[in-house]
Design a protein around this ligand. Sequence first.
Ligand code: CMX
Length: 137
Amino acid sequence: MNLSHIEHLGIAVKSIAESLPYYENILGLKCYSIEEVADQKVKTAFFKIGQTKIELLEPTSDDSAVAKFIEKRGEGIHHIAFAVADGVANALGEMAEKGVKLIDAAPRRGAEGLNIAFLHPKSTCSVLTELCENPNK
Ligand code: CMX
């Protein structure tokens, strides 16, 4: 498996609207996209820093994974996403062979049209981990 860079950091927030002033007015970043990912029950907001992004995650339903996370741990860093140069499907096969617990057994479509899959934090030193690839590159 070949990880090329950190694609994004996912940060759980109660409200994107209330978090934006910090990222835009204090850090000076520009939110370039706000997108709802219906099947994950989240609204996302993206900022670019070099080739890495920050993804704010606001739950759109009380039963979303992110709502559960905020209830248990409060707002904060939710996951790290690595870009995989040689494909998410290959990486998942390799991970499964090495005994890593997969949340997604096969790549699925995530925010920004990326192919993504999550690994379980119980197998990844307690850091929820996402693998991503851009199908258009
Ligand atoms: N980071 C680290 N550990 C986490 C975690 C996170 N983000 N979320 C949950 N955990 C831990 C919990 O603390 C708990 O640990 P303990 O058993 O030691 O208390 C354990 O994982 C189980 O947590 P839970 O609250 O019982 O939650 P579930 O098992 O129902 O779900 C998880 C946990 C990770 C499987 C689920 O959140 C998931 O499937 N996540 C992947 C999808 C996702 O996060 N989607 C939102 C983002 C979508 C996007 O970026 O587009």
